[in-house]
Design a binder for this molecule. Structure first.
Ligand SMILES: [Zn+2]
Ligand SMILES: [Zn+2]
Length: 418
């Protein structure tokens, strides 16, 4: 097929071929507006709008005049209210911060079915759907009017023009904040924990709060973020979690905070972090707070880093004996049946984990302190205490005396070879 590069508009490539003339002839009496007529060959050539395509074809053939858009037999005026749509979009997005957007639209399904019927009737292989043409044109108009950047990739907001009811639906995409949290309080869970009795509605057992615990790492971080972003809510994604009564020390645990429907996207992280520190009052601290991307959620959820712990164990044993037991434990397969304490929410199975390093750091009357590094998913308490033989081998067994974990702290998450 010959192609003509036209002077003055080097990007236009559109030749009215005999095939196009035949298609146009089949469509001559359908009562289409220039947009809908041009869209019959909307995926043929490039550099022209659909009405321009219609004009090119019309200028070389003897077609009857196109229908006015308002009375078009196909779009029924759908392509005729750009100003109204742009106004609706601006009104919907008032008070919301956005720099990028994408457009969608909802049409009467009858119109879309009619369009496909017309394609087969006129025999065009080049038809472009009303929806994709509408989205593109609306995107251009919104770009022109607002100076914001449209596109089909990830965007701050999505506008869906519902042509059936003449309304714009707005979706505000989440923002993602990444960081590492340090938890210094042995009484708070990582995430908001709905009351077991009332499932969050509020009852006498939870004092009407709907929660098992007054606050959580999630809430202490999220609340100041929600104030700053005016978001609708948050989702907290931690790289694993520690027990409620365990502290999370060292450089902290990586997390992603997903902020749902934020009305403000550009926030001052230092100010927000200072506010987290102030309201958390020594219970939680956040390090390395930064703006993330959606992919951070998967990265954090799928990571299986080893971790280091400091464990204070109640039990009386000689230093040499403990050291000997630790030496034997390192790098040896430990079979752990699902612990009794979590058996109600996890399926009962046996898994194999390893202690990577084990050091005795203090021996005091009636207790000793260990520092352990273990593979992801190792149940440390159970390895020390034995969990009634459900973890084999275990430290209690090696020392030949009952042991009890008095306190446990996570001191490092080794997520980046640290
Ligand atoms: Zn039309
Ligand atoms: Zn309750």
């Amino acid at each position: 097929m010959a192609s003509a590069k036209e002077a003055g508009s080097p990007t236009v490539d559109f030749v009215v071929s005999p095939e196009l003339v035949t298609i146009a002839d089949h469509a001559r009496d359908l009562g289409l507006c220039p947009e809908c007529f041009g869209r019959l060959v909307g995926r043929y050539g490039h550099g022209l709008t659909n009405p321009e395509r219609a004009e090119r074809i019309a200028s070389g053939t003897e077609l009857p005049a196109f229908a006015p858009i308002a009375s078009c037999a196909l779009c029924r005026g759908g392509f005729d209210r750009w100003e109204t749509w742009v106004e609706r979009i601006e009104r919907t997005a008032r008070g919301i911060e956005w720099a990028t957007f994408s457009c969608g639209c909802r049409w009467d399904p009858e119109i879309l079915a009619h369009e496909e019927l017309i394609w087969s009737k006129v025999g065009t292989p080049f038809g472009e759907s009303a929806r994709s043409a509408f989205n593109r044109e609306l995107g251009k108009k919104v770009e022109q009017k607002t100076g914001k950047q449209g596109g089909s990739g990830p965007s701050d907001v999505v506008f869906v023009a519902d042509l059936t009811v003449g309304r714009v639906e707005l979706t505000i995409r989440p923002i993602y904040l990444t960081g590492r949290y340090v938890k210094l309080d042995r009484t708070i869970p990582q995430t908001r924990w709905p009351c077991r009795a009332c499932k969050g509605r509020g009852c006498t057992r939870c004092d009407g709060t709907g929660k098992m615990y007054p606050t959580s790492v999630e809430e202490l971080i999220a609340d100041p973020v929600l104030v700053a972003t005016q978001g609708r809510g948050t989702r907290f994604h931690g790289m694993g979690r520690e027990d409620i009564d365990a502290r999370m020390l060292g450089e902290g645990r990586p997390f992603v905070l997903e902020v749902l429907a934020p009305r403000v996207r550009s926030i001052d992280l230092a100010t927000v972090n200072a506010e987290i520190g102030r309201t958390a009052a020594g219970r939680v601290e956040v390090r390395a707070l930064a703006v993330g991307v959606p992919g951070d959620v998967t990265r954090v959820k799928e990571a299986r880093p080893s971790k280091s712990y400091r464990v204070v164990v109640a039990g009386e044993a000689a230093r040499e004996k403990i050291n000997e037991a630790l030496k034997l434990a390192v790098d040896r397969a430990i079979a752990q049946r699902t612990p009794t304490r979590v058996a109600h929410r996890r399926s009962d199975r046996v898994r194999t984990r390893r202690i990577v390093t084990a050091d005795l750091v203090a021996v005091d009357p009636g207790r000793f302190t260990l520092e352990l590094r273990a593979e992801a998913g190792t149940y440390i308490k159970e390895w020390v205490e034995g969990d009634g033989g459900r973890t084999e081998p275990n430290l209690s067994q090696s020392l030949g005396l009952p042991l009890h974990v008095e306190s446990l702290d996570v001191i490092a998450i080794h997520d980046e070879e640290t």
